[in-house]
Ligand binder design. Structure first.
Ligand code: LLP
Length: 414
C-alpha cells in the first residue's frame, strides 16, 4: 500500500503529479525519488505545532543530506542538527543559516569544533566533560563564547530497535541525568561556555510518544533544579525520534498534538527539536527494476537491480519497506524474497513477502526510503551509488547524478 505523497492513479504509481516510471526510464535505476512538497509540508507541520512557543526546528541532516533537500528546508527557515564537519559543510553549501545549526554527536574532533565555532553555529550538544573542556579551550583561543547544552541520558526505554535506541544507561550517548547537576556546575565555571540549554534524544522510529514524554518530564525536573540554583537555562532541545509508518497497519504519531502538549507544559523556555525521519522518510522511495525471477524447491526470488549497498535498512535493522509495483498489471500476487545483486545472504529487501507478481523489466518502488536511505549507501561490490531525483509538482530534476565507474576510483592509485 502506498503512503502519501505516493499514490496510484489509474494503476500507475505517482508521486505528486509525476509518473514514477517516467523518471525511472529517463534516469535508469536504481534511483531515489523525493517529493519536495511532502518535505515542505512535513517540516511546516512541525513549525506550526509550536504555535506561540519560541522554537527552532533543526532538521537532522544525517537522515538525508542531499544539497537540494537541505536547500528547500533552508528556504523554509529550517535550522539543522549536524553531527560532523561534513554535515556543516553541506548545510553551508545549501545556503543554511549557521546561526540555526546545533552540533550533536558523541565524538566531535578538535578540527570540527574549530570549524563550527569559526562558522558561528548556534550551539553544541555536549556528551562528555572532556568535550566541554575542549570546546571551552578552543573558544578561548578564538576569542568567542560557545553556547552549549549537555545532552542528558534519562534512562528511558524508547522501545524501538536496539540499534537505534539511545536513552539507556548502557548506551554511549549523553551524560547520566543523575550526574547532570554537577556537570552543569562545572560547565558554568568554564569562562568561554554559555550553558543555557539541556538536550535529550532517546532513540529513533518511536511510534509511541509515551517514552518521549517521560524523558521530557525528567528533563523539565532537571531544568527546574538548575534554575533554582541560579543557572540561566533558557532552552530545551527535545531531540528527534518520532516514527513514521513503514507498514500499512502502523499509525504515525500526531506531531501537532504531541508538540502541542509539550508546549503546554513549558513556559519561558525556547524549545528545539531535531526531527529527521519524520520529515523526509515518507517523502522518498527507492525505485528499482526487476532483473530476474527464479525459484528453488522452497523459495521464489525476485532479483532487482538495487542492493543492500543502496538501501541497507532491511539488512541492518530488519526494517520493513513496502514494495510497490509502478504499474498494477493485474497479474496477481506471489510470495517471494526480493534480493539484490550483492554477494551476501543479507542482501535482501523482503523475505517471504506477498507482493505483486512482477516480471523482469518491471519497476518496483521501495517505499518510505527518504530517510536513512541514500545517506547510508556505499560502494560495496564496487557498485556506483544511485541517482537522486527531486519531484516538485509535475516537474522533477536530478539532484545527484548516478556515480560513474570513474567516480568509483577517485583518489585511488594503481
Ligand atoms: N538527534 C540526534 C541526536 C540523533 O542521534 C538522531 C538520530 C536524530 C536527532 C534524528 O532522529 P529521527 O528524528 O530521524 O528519528 N539509521 C537508522 C536511524 C539512526 C538514527 C540516529 N540518530 C535507521 O535507518 O533507522
Amino acid at each position: 500500500m502506498p503512503f502519501p505523497p505516493f499514490a496510484y492513479r489509474d494503476r500507475t504509481l505517482f508521486v505528486e503529479d509525476t509518473d514514477l516510471e517516467a523518471i525511472a526510464r529517463s534516469t535508469s535505476t536504481p534511483v531515489y525519488v523525493y517529493s519536495a512538497n511532502a518535505i515542505r509540508e512535513r517540516y511546516r507541520r512541525y513549525d506550526r505545532a509550536f504555535g506561540q512557543t519560541p522554537h527552532m526546528v533543526c532538521f537532522a541532516v544525517k537522515a538525508n543530506s542531499n544539497l537540494s533537500v537541505l536547500r528547500l528546508l533552508a528556504a523554509d527557515g529550517a535550522g539543522f542538527d549536524i553531527v560532523s564537519g561534513g554535515e556543516l559543510f553541506r548545510v553551508l553549501q545549501a545556503g543554511g543559516d549557521p546561526s540555526r545549526v546545533v552540533f550533536s554527536g558523541v565524538g566531535k574532533t578538535r578540527e570540527e569544533v574549530e570549524y563550527a565555532l569559526e562558522t558561528g553555529i548556534h550551539s553544541f550538544n555536549c556528551e562528555s566533560e572532556s568535550e566541554l573542556a575542549l570546546i571551552d579551550s578552543i573558544a578561548s583561543r578564538l576569542g568567542v563564547k560557545a553556547r552549549v547544552a549537555v545532552r542528558v541520558n534519562p534512562h528511558v526505554d524508547a522501545q524501538t530497535h536496539p540499534y537505534i535506541s539511545t536513552g539507556l544507561r548502557d548506551h554511549k550517548f549523553g551524560i547520566d541525568i543523575a550526574q547532570a547537576d554537577e556537570v552543569y556546575a562545572r560547565a558554568a565555571a568554564l569562562p568561554n561556555l554559555i550553558p543555557d540549554a539541556v538536550s535529550c534524544h532517546i532513540g529513533s522510529q518511536l511510534l509511541d510518544t509515551a517514552p518521549l514524554v517521560e524523558a521530557f518530564e525528567a528533563v523539565l525536573a532537571l531544568i527546574a533544579r538548575l534554575r533554582a540554583r541560579g543557572m540561566g537555562i533558557t532552552t530545551l532541545d527535545l531531540g528527534g525520534g518520532l516514527g513514521v509508518p513503514y507498514k500499512p497497519e502502523q499509525r504515525e504519531p500526531d506531531v501537532t498534538a504531541h508538540i502541542g502538549s509539550l508546549c503546554a507544559r513549558t513556559s519561558g523556555l525556547t524549545l528545539m527539536t531535531e526531527p529527521g525521519r519524520s520529515i523526509v522518510g515518507p517523502a522518498g522511495a527507492l525505485v528499482t527494476r526487476v532483473l530476474y525471477r527464479k525459484s528453488t524447491a522452497t523459495k521464489e526470488f525476485v532479483v532487482v537491480d538495487a542492493a543492500m549497498n543502496d538501501l541497507i535498512r532491511p539488512a541492518l535493522y530488519q526494517a520493513h519497506h513496502e514494495i510497490l509495483p509502478l504499474r498494477q498489471s493485474g497479474a496477481g500476487t506471489v510470495i517471494a524474497d526480493v534480493v539484490g545483486p550483492v554477494c551476501e545472504t543479507g542482501d535482501f529487501f523482503a523475505r517471504d513477502r506477498e507482493m505483486a507478481n512482477v516480471m523482469p523489466g518491471d519497476f518496483v518502488a521501495l517505499a518510505t526510503a527518504g530517510a536513512y536511505g541514500f545517506v547510508l549507501a556505499s560502494n560495496y561490490n564496487s557498485r556506483p551509488r544511485p541517482a537522486e531525483v527531486l519531484v516538485d509538482g509535475a516537474g522533477w530534476r536530478i539532484v545527484r547524478r548516478r556515480e560513474s565507474l570513474v567516480d568509483l576510483i577517485r583518489g585511488e592509485e594503481a
